[in-house]
Design a protein around this ligand. Sequence first.
Ligand code: CA
Length: 228
Amino acid sequence: MHKTLILIVEDEDNICSFIETTLKANNYSVITAKKASDALSMASSYTPDLMLLDLGLPDMDGIEVLRQVRSWSVMPVIIVSARSDEAEKVQTLDLGADDYITKPFGTSELLARIRTALRHSIRVATEEAVFRVRGLSVDFAKRQVLLNGAEVHLTQIEYKIVSLLAKHAGRVLTYDQMIAELWGPYAEKDNKILRVNMANIRRKIEKNPAAPQYIFTEVGVGYRLAEE
Ligand code: CA
């Protein structure tokens, strides 16, 4: 069975080993990085299921690590920081962090944050999982989308778009994130193909494509699928 792999990015040895011990005791696989440069190369070579990211790193600000990771990945990232600055918290969330935990924190708080952040991406790993929101359901194993019990006939790429949004339901996915997930990190960042596909998807699943109730446009940002 696939164990959840967590990348801990933390330069302080005692905190790093505390988190590592806690996670291993709770059946997670763990890899660690003490520098931002190591974190970035490990994130792309191991593609962990979640990253715990300290902001104060010796070689680069953790915010810059987040920014770079988010340019090609939707992997959940939880910011772990000693700073309890509201503006910084908002900034990291805006940049796509899933959550924020301030030192010092307890074991149960840490584990709860991790479970919450993994909840969306666990839909990716769970083959039988079916995502449902009102009359719409996405069966990831059958690669099938149903609307009020009837199959919606989607093209391959339309299905990939709907399932990507469903796996991250409730969260805004930026255009660049979606393009990287759909066509790879080096694909041209051109929203036009995405927009054309989205218009076709909406014609198939929305009662009124001009006033969607499933897939929302976040103007200038990206798309978000409704969550129950
Ligand atoms: Ca630090």
